[in-house]
Ligand binder design. Structure first.
Ligand code: EPZ
Length: 417
């Protein structure tokens, strides 16, 4: 298992280039199943999760070519067959379940092993299945599998009890080739859902209401393969914004979409951080004394749950009392015991964490429990006195491209061992 050794206390400076969004690229790769031919994804982030879903598509007969030099991903889905995807691959990554919608659209049937939960929550799929059933799909669950079959997909109105990102994406992909019109109400508004919809419209789909909580999809006969460049990763942007704040540094972040990071910018303003927009870049000045604040994670455009652990690491070092409420996932506080090992003062009360800022964190060995918790521990290590060792960093490589190289490029001192 890989480790990061971080020497704390370095001041950061310079510029960092943000990669494309993992959570936009995964559904877009799944959506290439909807057309027979070759799609090209430009500026594709070379992440573990991208390699896993690429292997999943290969196991279905797709030809996937990953060019690490040009960051291009070419996927030819002409030969994709309606076979059961490798259940080990599906269980390794929940995002694999996003091939369900495209498989049903293309073949009228699919059999996929039930996605495992993961340690941040049970991660149910009831809303995905509610949408498929509304479109006329028969669903059988048994022996750890979900089996779907339909003679014809017919558009319908679907209300999502919770604006689930994955359910919205899967239902959009199951309805783009259906007969008639589908309306998804209380749909997820995340930028990654918007990016998938824009990708599908470029392929010839007819999706409207993109970026709102009411999405209308008019079924079309077929889609054609395209070349597409996904959006930047708003969570990676937020992670580097925290890196500047927690090390009291000034850095420039290249590849920012102000609209997508509005909730994060709002909270950084409340903290008292100076920010300056420069075209598609953001200059963060973290040198000022920061104010404690309260955060409540909410569906977009609320504060993103994927930034909750990183913000907690920062608030551990801000004098005063801050409260973070996690309303999206029921078990997304596994970074708390690890942050406490570094000297943080945090009390958990149900879905809330009460953080009392401490003067200084002290380095020690900690363990990444999930992707964003791992990122939070790296950030805490940047500020902690002495050396911090973060283990199980495969979690981090799932969602960040060369995070230690990017941070070292800013002046941090991180060794991957
Ligand atoms: C996506 O997961 C992201 N993953 C997650 O990012 C992100 O945290 C999450 O959206 C919320 O923004 C990808 O896009 C690959 P949800 P997803 O369905 O689609 C409940 C990261 O760190 N729910 O919006 O699984 C569920 O229990 C990862 O990059 C149902 O009840 O998230 C949860 O409480 C972590 N029934 C809430 O919705 C369902 O059928 C949010 O889940 C589906 C979800």
């Amino acid at each position: 298992m890989g480790k990061f050794i971080i020497k704390g206390g370095e001041t950061l400076s310079g510029e960092v280039n943000i990669s494309s969004a993992k959570n936009a690229v995964l559904p877009i790769i799944a959506a290439t199943i909807l057309s027979s031919g070759k799609c090209t994804i430009e500026n594709c982030p070379m992440l573990l999760d991208v390699f896993v879903i690429s292997n999943l598509l290969r196991s279905l007969g797709a030809k996937v070519n990953i060019d690490l030099n040009t960051s291009k991903l070419e996927i030819d889905t002409s030969e994709v067959k309606c076979i059961e995807p490798d259940s080990e691959l599906v269980r390794r990554m929940r995002g694999s379940f996003l091939i369900m919608g495209p498989m049903i659209s293309r073949f009228g049937k699919a059999k996929i092993s039930l996605p495992g939960g993961c340690n941040i929550g049970t991660r149910p799929i009831d809303l995905h299945l509610k949408g498929f059933k509304a479109l006329g799909v028969n669903i059988d669950i048994g022996h750890g599998y979900v089996e779907a079959s339909t003679s014809k997909l017919i558009g319908d109105k679907i209300y999502l009890d919770f604006p689930s990102v994955g359910a919205t994406e899967n239902i959009i992909m199951a309805s783009v080739l259906a007969e008639g019109e589908t309306i998804i109400e209380n749909a997820a508004e995340e930028p990654e859902v918007e990016d998938l919809s824009n990708f599908l419209n470029k392929m010839g789909a007819q999706i409207s209401g993109i970026g709102t909580d009411k999405i209308t999809i008019k079924g079309v006969k077929s889609l054609t393969p395209v070349i597409y460049k996904p959006i930047y990763d708003r969570i990676e942007i937020g992670t580097f914004m925290v890196a500047a704040a927690i090390t009291k540094s000034v850095i420039k972040i290249n590849g920012t979409n102000e609209e997508h990071i509005k909730p994060i910018i709002a909270k950084f303003s409340e903290l008292g951080i100076n920010m300056e927009k420069d075209n598609e870049s953001l200059i963060i000045d973290g040198r000022k004394e920061l104010r404690p604040l309260d955060i409540k994670t909410m569906p977009y455009p609320g504060f993103p749950t994927d930034m909750q652990p990183q913000m907690m690491a920062l608030l551990c070092c801000v004098e005063g009392t801050s409260v973070i409420s996690e309303t999206i996932f029921e078990n997304r506080f596994m970074h708390v015991p690890e942050l406490k090992r570094l000297g943080a003062n945090i009390k958990i009360d149900g879905r809330s964490a009460i953080i009392s800022g401490v003067k200084e964190l002290t380095g020690c060995s900690v363990k990444a429990t999930d992707l964003r918790a791992g990122a939070a521990l790296i950030l805490a290590g940047l500020a902690a006195e002495g050396e911090t060792e973060v283990s199980d960093i495969f979690h981090i490589d799932r969602g960040y491209v060369n995070i230690e190289k990017k941070l070292n490029g800013l002046g941090a001192s991180i060794k991957r061992v």
